[in-house]
Structure formats: structure tokens, C-alpha cells
Design a protein around this ligand. Structure first.
Ligand code: DX5
Ligand code: ZN
Length: 244
């Protein structure tokens, strides 16, 4: 099944790039269904779900049940960011819960065999990505990029929303785009807002994960519109807008 199944949501994202993905970390979990609805009404095209285990990062969030609950509420591609120590123990459970893309951290790869998880995720019908924290040297990532559908360039150390954007991400996006060409999906996560979104797309990002800049705004549609304006102001060929 793999190739065909995972290519549908990923194809959707490719056709629609650059895409802003709200990070659900900061949503109102007491009204999860309504939050998903509000985001859809605002014109959001995909969702980013941050899974933290309190071991790989000093914070804990949620696991498969929330992914499953969101999956039942929307047709949008669901992008799962695993910030967990042993992603190979849980990848299948997240595929079963309805993830369309699964990204785990290159820092969890302790021996080359650990990278086989990328292929395993793909064989289960999901797109597979690797994330890299700002403090991790790019040399750790480069040998595995050709095995990835997506690379997630972190612009903050993984673990918490609301941190300041680290511009090292811009250099990394540009380097990856130049070295690996247009087909590799590049995602950026952390501190993406109206100041930084345009710069990220100009540097090569296709997918922009946004937490605070959406969820701290009373009107999600306006928040998204401002992000699209930021992107359009930096990239002549991007003219995405959304009416509120
Ligand atoms: C951080 C998470 C992010 C985060 C983004 O470890 O991966 O997805 O929630 O939030 P902001 O946009 O507030 O930095
Ligand atoms: Zn994330």
C-alpha cells in the first residue's frame, strides 16, 4: 500500500506550498473539536501535532489518543512531530492513529540502523521526516537526507512553544535547498511569526509550523492572513491570501 497512500496528503501539501501548519501545542484542549473547526474555517490546510515524552525533551504533551481524536475530526493532513527518545517503539501506533507524516529527531539516531525507521514509516503508508535541533551539527543529518520525504529544521531547541526564532534555521534551509533540490520538503518550526515567516520561505521552507502567532491571536483567520502577507512580501512568486 505504502507509496500511493502516503503520497496523497504529501502531494496535497506540495501542490499548496508554502503551507502554514498550526502547532496544536497551544490550542484549547478542552474544546479540541471546536479548535479544529475554527482552524478549518480560517483556511488552515494541515495540522502539526507535537508529541513530547519528558525524556527527549523536558516537557510532556500528548500521545496517540489526541492524534486519533483530531484525525476523526478532519480530512486535513496530520503532521506528527515526535520529540521522544525511542521513536521506533511508537511509530506504528502513530500511523494507526492516523498520522500522514511522521518526523522524528536525528538526535535519537545512535547507530546507522536507527535510520531504518524512515523506511519503516514509509512502508506503513506514511511520509517520513527527520528533525534537527539548532545546537546539533548538520553533519549528523546529512547522511540521512536522501532517505527523507521531509526535513524539519528546528528554529528553537525542541520542547516548548513561545521561544525566540534562531536565525541559524535560515542558513540551514538555504543549504538544504541548494544541496538537495526542489523535491525535498523543508519544514521550519519554532518562533515562526509575521517577522520570520517570509524569511523562512525565501530561504527555502515549504512548511511553516506556527504556534503562538496563531493561538495567541483572537482571530485565527486574521493571524493566518498576516502570515501569508509576510510570506508574499518576501517571495514575489507566492501570492497566497485568505479572506476573513
Ligand atoms: C517546539 C514545537 C513547536 C512549537 C511552536 O518544540 O515543536 O511546534 O509548538 O510554537 P511557537 O510557534 O510558539 O514557537
Ligand atoms: Zn513541532
Amino acid at each position: 500500500m505504502s507509496e500511493k497512500v502516503h503520497q496523497i496528503p504529501v502531494k496535497k501539501l506540495r501542490q499548496s506550498k508554502p503551507v502554514v501548519l498550526p502547532s496544536m501545542l497551544l490550542c484549547d484542549f478542552g474544546n479540541l473539536a471546536r479548535e479544529v473547526e475554527r482552524l478549518e474555517e480560517a483556511g488552515v490546510e494541515a495540522l502539526h501535532l507535537d508529541v513530547m515524552d519528558g525524556v527527549f525533551v523536558p516537557n510532556m504533551t500528548y500521545g496517540m489518543p489526541i492524534v486519533e481524536a483530531i484525525r476523526k475530526r478532519t480530512q486535513m493532513p496530520v503532521d506528527v512531530h515526535l520529540m521522544i527518545e525511542s521513536p521506533s517503539n511508537y511509530a506504528k501506533a502513530f500511523v494507526d492513529a492516523g498520522a500522514d507524516l511522521i518526523t522524528f529527531h536525528v538526535e535519537t539516531i545512535k547507530s546507522p540502523g536507527d535510520a531504518e525507521l524512515l523506511e519503516k514509516i514509509r512502508s506503513m503508508g506514511c511520509a517520513a521526516g527527520l528533525a534537527i535541533n539548532p545546537l546539533t551539527p548538520m553533519e549528523r543529518l546529512l547522511p540521512f537526507v536522501s532517505l527523507c520525504d521531509l526535513v524539519l529544521v528546528m528554529s528553537v531547541e525542541a520542547g516548548f512553544g513561545g521561544q525566540a526564532f534562531n536565525p541559524i534555521a535560515l542558513e540551514r534551509l538555504a543549504k538544504l535547498r541548494a544541496e538537495f533540490g526542489p523535491d525535498l520538503l523543508l519544514e521550519v518550526d519554532g518562533g515562526v511569526n509575521v517577522e520570520t515567516a517570509g524569511k523562512c520561505v525565501a530561504a527555502g521552507a515549504d512548511l511553516l509550523v506556527v504556534g503562538s502567532a496563531i493561538f495567541k491571536h483572537p482571530d485565527y483567520c486574521q493571524a493566518l492572513a498576516h502570515l501569508h502577507q509576510s510570506i508574499a512580501s518576501m517571495s514575489m512568486d507566492v501570492t497566497k491570501t485568505n479572506e476573513c
